[in-house]
Design a protein around this ligand. Sequence first.
Ligand SMILES: Cc1cc2nc3c(=O)[nH]c(=O)nc-3n(C[C@H](O)[C@H](O)[C@H](O)COP(=O)(O)O)c2cc1C
Length: 258
Amino acid sequence: MNDSLKTIFNRKSLRTFADKDICKEDRKLLLKAAMRAPTAGNLMSYTIIDVKDQGTKEILAETCDNQPMIAKAPMVLIFLADMQRLYDYFEYSGVPDLCKKTGTSYAKPREGDFLLAANDAIVAAENVVIAAESLGLGSCYIGDIIENFETHRDLLKLPRWTFPVTMLIIGHPKQKKSGSMTTRFPTEFIVHENSYRRLSGQDFDRMFHDTREHFGNAPYIKNAENLGQHIYLRKFSSDFMIEMRRSFKAGMKVWLEE
Ligand SMILES: Cc1cc2nc3c(=O)[nH]c(=O)nc-3n(C[C@H](O)[C@H](O)[C@H](O)COP(=O)(O)O)c2cc1C
């Protein structure tokens, strides 16, 4: 295996950081790696907020579903889907006047623009994950940045056509990597040839086999009789998912207002 593949295959999420800062050169490299990621139309429709202020990290540790490790991470990067910058440029370039002159309506960012910008942001984030790993650092995504839209908007001064799609916490590992890697579902259930294939009950039994083994004899959450019910109750009907859905809808309402 070459070094790039080794980096990919040995990566694990890191949630406990050594009490050691990330040097200036590595910080610069991580941000440069983000910016070398592929980007739709080469327009970089994302913004990275490099959160250096400890007070802000501490607020995020609470607002992102109470995850104290956020406040302890030397580097916290928030990736925004960002169509605001491009639309500010369109204003600056007189695009609205051009539309008036040509009798065409001025097209504002809609759902599809959000999705493309979100793709840009997430692709850039993953470059940071791999670059961090290659530098002997570790990272963890924080999906809960999607929660509490209004609080994050005010905290980070986010304009209308931006939305925080993901966050990374990065730092040095406390100790040498040990323990097993997390499981993954078998390829046949994730990669379909040519067209989509709905899975059968038998497929699901095989698909979740390793997850069940990994679970061992740990008890399911209250009222759950099997793993599927456990996953649904623990995650998909949990308070943080309910908040995530509400928050995203509120963010999109602002984005899509006429
Ligand atoms: C979109 C996304 C959101 C995530 N959010 C969190 C999070 O809020 N907190 C956390 O501890 N881990 C989070 N993770 C990390 C996953 O839990 C982790 O990737 C998964 O358990 C597999 O473990 P591994 O990365 O070590 O292989 C997130 C990962 C992704 C891709």
